[in-house]
Design a protein around this ligand. Structure first.
Ligand code: BG6
Ligand code: MG
Length: 228
């Protein structure tokens, strides 16, 4: 694994890392699940984290009991309905909704001249950053509509590193979802998981919450890493 001192870039997931928008996605998706006759469970919710819009819808339909076939037009309508509800929830976001420690961590990264990019699967990410007052930190944002493969494929993290003119191995990626950690690993960057150690067991370093996200804790985590 890359040494901490060789890292020059930090690639951020958005939903569940910068803001608790994972909860808002779940709220909007659960209404769609009800509509297509799928029982909403914590397992289903966890399986959608980091997954792009249409693949999330597909998973929700498939999780139903004897799912019926939906035409492309019906699927587009369901996805649009979900997004309309999600946008209504996002409209209320404000800087106080930034997760603990993130603002201070971004300042710390700037102070130490790390380059920063966003690697979110969400097409709404620029809007969310604007509501949170963080758009100025993220001048480099991967456009998910340009991707051939979604997370857990590493394409999004490879593109985020390329936006910074860095090799993925010179970057760390920060994720709250198993599919996201898999994407960081696939790209060859150092993976920092935020959340449950079991769920994120493939990450090089796992921190319980964003409040622990500092360069010092990452450096300490990497030094003690046995999986890399
Ligand atoms: C990811 C979220 O960041 O973006 C998923 O974890 C979401 O829950 C995906 O489905 C796509 O988001 P959007 O805003 O483009 O529908
Ligand atoms: Mg996430």
């Amino acid at each position: 694994m890359t040494k901490f001192s060789e890292l020059k870039g930090v690639l951020f997931d958005l939903d569940g890392v910068i803001c608790d928008t994972a909860r808002l996605h779940a709220q909007a998706w659960s209404a769609i699940a009800k509509k297509v006759g799928t029982t909403w469970t914590p397992q289903l919710q966890a399986s959608l984290a980091g997954i792009d819009r249409m693949h999330s819808l597909e998973k929700i339909i498939q999780a139903g009991d004897g799912p019926r076939q939906y035409s492309e037009a019906e699927k587009q309508a369901l996805a649009t309905e979900k997004n309309t509800q999600y946008l209504a929830l996002v409209a209320d976001l404000k800087p106080t909704d930034i997760l603990p420690g993130i603002r201070v961590f971004l300042d710390e990264l700037k102070h130490h001249n790390y380059q920063i990019a966003l690697a979110s699967s969400s097409k709404n990410a620029p809007l969310v950053l604007k509501h949170l007052g963080l758009a100025d930190f993220f001048t480099e944002v991967v456009d998910p509509s340009t991707l051939t493969h979604g997370k857990p494929n590493g394409e999004i993290y490879a593109k985020a590193a390329a936006l910074l003119n860095l090799d993925p191995a010179q970057c760390m990626g920060i994720e709250d979802a198993a599919a996201g950690v898999a994407a960081i690993n696939d790209a060859g960057a150092v993976s920092i998981g935020i959340g449950d150690d079991q769920l994120l067991s493939q990450a090089n370093v796992v921190l319980p919450s964003t409040a622990e996200l500092t360069l010092a804790t990452i450096q300490a985590g990497m030094a003690g890493d046995l999986r890399g």
